[in-house]
Design a protein. Structure first.
Lengths: 247, 281, 351
């Protein structure tokens, strides 16, 4: 299994703020990698850089060996690299099934399909994935009427609908009812093992990320602070200091 | 030369437009109509025997109340909503006032004579109607006065606070209702001044408001929302451009040139931003 | 098709076909109603379904109008002479010439605006929100001003369209002919739009409206859909323009063809009044609006725009969801929006 994502010495600033400074990391295909760090350490900015939301100032980003830092968001999405958002992004006025249908994989988005009727298999697939995240009962509800946690699940399902090769998850369990978190962990593991999707996960919930990830990276003040296995990171005093705010 | 003087006038109207957009997040399609209304006030004074130059004092006062009234009756229901709603609502106001003015003042093109005479410059090779110089000076004076007012006075500071963060301002005790009403009133007053100046230097007509609206919109998008010097500069730039277009393409295409320039600027901006993977918000 | 739907379609069909006989004095009015309905329906593709409020769709209407007449005339006579001389006084179309010209005119009236939409779409549809709105407003008005300066098509005076050929029935037949042509066009427009909304196209348009960034982030070619939508609108708008120009009898650049400050905005209002983003909203909105407008012009002449302005303000402030929106809220079950209370409140379970 090779390296599917490589971030190489990436710099990104906004005005005077150095959001990412000389950040490098690699993700092995088929693995689950965690990205942690206190608030403001540049995690979401890094996600945005990887996925093409903004151009980076310096450095390179490689997905499956291909340099993607100059590509716009839709092109990167078509290569199979997707992300979910901290503040959920779904189509509020459409119902859950419609949200799913419109998220089908990019190969479906051809010129010939523009006026095609929605095929049965797509509807079936949508329903199955909604069942997978536990939203089947709510499939006819408007997405905008769902609770925050439910919207997060929908967003996850929509990403799966798109059949990506790698998924960047931005705080997937934030805002989710704690009783559901174990279920989420199970599903993410399934997504990784059975669907074969590589995961890079930003998380604040240490229990969650420790049980998911095989490798972890910790950011602080825009820079890479530490990397290693969950065990190593847990015991790394620099990481502990960063969270406790000790300079 | 003409263009510069004209441009300063545009800048004044644009500043009012920027004020409302920045503070209340509304785009006022009826801006041009407010200007014309202000102009008719000056014209009315002229027909009543008073020298229309006094319009620059009377008109803003009356227009302030007009603006305040418009706010209380219509605009306040539109403020906290979608920008697009404000476009439609103010469009309604604009066609309503167009016909009202037509009814009250008739459809003829009118001018308020100021009899200011002309100045000759550069060895008699350039003639400048003094009325236009007067307009330019008045525009500058009012613009500067406004900026000072916004910086120093309580209301000015309240307005600036509200534009940055309405909720925070409310919590800190600013009466946002009053601020909004005042802002709209100030905008109307600015239009009043501009209108009186237009009454003396150009012509008035009930249906000639829209181009003024478009010009001020253009200036705001070029110059941004905050910045008076940028607004002034863009205003002047636009004024000069218009005079050129008039000269080269002929008067029939003057308005078309203005609107097309708007389209060109927006599309150019869009392509430049898309390189940075952003878009105009 | 459900029983209710059949009844509704049936009633409209009966009304549509029978109106010239039931209300002969109002033929022209109802023809214009059909044209207005096309305006509202096509606007809603951008405005209601996609969230791009265009104030410039009138551009295509005007282009279609001018193209149609220019073809009708230009096929047989020198266009510049026609416009210079006031048309019918010096040139007369024979019956076959008239219909031949009209046919080609209408076809091109649909195709040329569609091509224009495709060409300018990439630049203009890249703008969002109010920038798109005002930019399109600028285009609509600029087009009118420019057309007013082109001598070939009559400049500010505009041009007359070819008159109805003598010898085949008089004004009766003419108005019936145009009436049915309008009804046919609006029916086709409605059915085509209804169909495309049920395909992937409809879903993507809605996705763009609800969250364009998300749609792009999921790999959708949003620009493709935006342009296709505009092309469809432009096509039907162009044909509507060609019909309108011929019905009215003459074309004037800023008031009739590129009527940006009137019809250009009316199409927005009709769609909002009836219910943005719904299929029937624009249809209902056009009907209600037309009735109000005719009422204002008849009873408030001299004040009609004051009344209209007031109506706009009232609609926009108190009725932004439109008639369909209001109906949907009152009778959700009639719209298939039944959602089980149990489903709504159920907890999500992940076992």
């Amino acid at each position: 299994m090779g390296i599917i994502l490589e971030v190489d010495q990436v710099y990104k600033h906004f005005g005077g703020v150095k959001a990412n400074e000389n950040v490098s990391l690699t993700v092995e295909e088929g693995s689950i990698v965690g990205l942690i760090g206190p608030n403001g350490s540049g995690k979401t900015t890094l996600f945005n850089s990887i996925v093409g939301t903004h151009p980076i100032d310096q450095g390179s980003i490689y997905f499956e060996g291909r340099e993607i830092s100059a590509l716009p968001v839709p092109a990167i999405a078509k290569l199979g690299l997707l992300r979910t958002f901290q503040q959920t992004r779904i189509y509020e006025k459409l119902n859950c099934i419609q949200n799913m249908l419109v998220s089908s994989k990019p190969e479906n988005d051809t010129v010939y399909n523009v006026f095609a009727k929605i095929p049965e298999e797509l509807t079936e697939k949508s329903e199955n994935l909604l069942k997978f995240v536990g939203l089947y009962q709510k499939r006819n509800l408007r997405a905008g009427d769902l609770s925050f946690g439910q919207q997060k699940l929908l967003e996850l399902a929509m990403a799966l609908m798109n059949e990506p090769k790698m998924l960047l998850l931005d705080e997937p369990t934030a805002g989710i009812n704690p009783t559901l978190i174990n279920g989420i962990i199970d599903r993410l593991i399934k997504v990784n093992k059975e669907f074969g999707i590589t995961l890079l996960v930003i998380e604040h919930n240490m229990r969650v990320i420790m049980s998911l990830a095989q490798k972890m990276f910790c950011l602080a003040h825009g820079q890479l602070l530490a990397e290693g296995t969950p065990e190593e990171i847990k015991n790394d005093h620099r990481v502990i200091d960063a969270y406790l705010g000790v300079q | 030369m003409d263009g510069i003087l004209l441009g300063l006038l545009f800048a004044l109207i644009a500043y009012g437009m920027a004020l409302q957009w920045g503070v209340m997040n509304i785009i006022n399609i009826a801006q041009g109509e407010l200007v014309i209304m202000g102009g008719y006030i000056a014209y009315f004074m002229y027909t009543a025997g008073i020298h229309p130059a006094f319009g620059i004092i009377v008109s803003p006062i009356i227009m302030y109340f007009v603006g305040w009234f418009l706010y209380k009756s219509i605009i306040n229901r539109v403020v906290e909503r979608d920008l697009f709603i404000s476009i439609l609502a103010t469009f309604g106001i604009s066609i309503l006032t167009q016909q009202l003015m037509n009814f009250v003042f008739g459809a003829d093109v009118v001018v308020a004579q100021s009899n200011f005479g002309t100045t000759l410059l550069f060895d008699d090779s350039v003639t400048l109607p003094n009325a236009k110089i007067f307009s330019a000076l008045v525009s500058i004076v009012f613009a500067v006065a406004l900026v000072l007012y916004m910086k120093k006075s309580r209301l000015g500071r309240a307005i600036r606070a509200t534009s940055q963060n309405p909720r925070a301002a409310k919590i800190l005790g600013v009466d946002t209702e009053k601020v909004y009403a005042a802002t709209f009133g100030i905008n109307a007053a600015l239009c009043g001044v501009a209108g009186s100046l237009i009454a003396i230097t150009f012509t008035l007509h009930p249906y000639v408001g829209l181009p003024y609206t478009v010009r001020s919109f253009m200036i705001v998008i070029i110059a941004g929302l905050g910045n008076l010097p940028a607004v002034a500069l863009s205003g002047v730039g636009l004024g000069v451009f218009e005079e050129f277009a008039d000269y080269i393409l002929g008067t029939e295409f003057r308005i078309a040139a203005v609107f097309l320039l708007l389209v060109v600027i927006l599309v150019y901006r869009r392509f430049k931003l898309s390189k940075k993977r952003e878009y105009l918000k | 098709m459900s029983k209710n739907n059949i009844i509704i379609y049936g009633l409209i069909l009966v009304f549509g076909i029978g109106a010239p006989f039931l209300f002969p004095a109002y033929k022209l009015q109802i023809s214009i109603l059909w044209i207005l309905t096309i305006l509202a329906l096509t606007w809603d593709i951008q405005g209601g379904q996609m969230g791009y409020n265009s104030f410039g769709n009138i551009l295509f209407f005007g282009i279609g109008m001018y193209v149609c007449s220019s073809v009708q005339i230009g096929m047989f006579f020198p266009l510049s002479e026609w416009t210079a001389s006031g048309g019918e006084k010096t040139f007369l179309h024979t019956t076959s010439q008239y219909f031949e010209g009209f046919t080609y005119g209408l076809i091109l009236a649909g195709i040329i605006p569609a091509i224009v939409a495709a060409l300018i779409g990439y630049g203009i549809l890249g703008l969002r929100g109010h920038y798109f709105a005002i930019c399109t407003l600028g285009i609509g008005i600029a087009a009118g001003e420019i057309a007013g300066g082109i001598e070939l098509i009559g400049a500010g005076q505009g041009m007359t369209v070819p008159p109805w050929p003598k010898g085949i029935g008089g004004t009766e037949l003419r108005s019936q002919f145009f009436y049915y042509l309008c009804f046919l066009t609006v029916s086709i427009t409605f059915l085509v739009i209804k169909w495309i909304y049920q395909t992937r196209f409809g879903l993507v348009l809605n996705a763009i409206r609800d969250n364009e960034d998300k749609a792009e982030a999921m790999g959708i070619h949003t620009m493709r859909y935006k342009i296709i939508g505009w092309v469809v609108s432009a096509f039907f708008l162009g044909i509507a323009g060609g019909l309108m120009g011929n019905m009215i009898g003459y074309i004037e650049p800023t008031e009739i063809a590129f009527a940006g400050s009137t019809y250009g905005v009316f199409m927005v209002l009709m769609a909002i009044l009836g219910g943005k983003g719904t299929l029937w909203g624009p249809v209902i909105g056009a009907a209600v609006f037309h009735i109000f407008k005719e009422g204002f012009w008849t009873f408030f002449l001299g004040w009609q725009y004051v009344a209209l302005g007031a109506l706009i303000i009232v609609i926009v402030i108190f009725f932004p969801e439109g008639i369909m929106g209001w109906l949907r809220e009152k009778y959700p079950h009639r719209f298939g929006e039944v959602v089980d209370e149990a489903d709504r409140t159920a907890q999500v379970e992940l076992t």
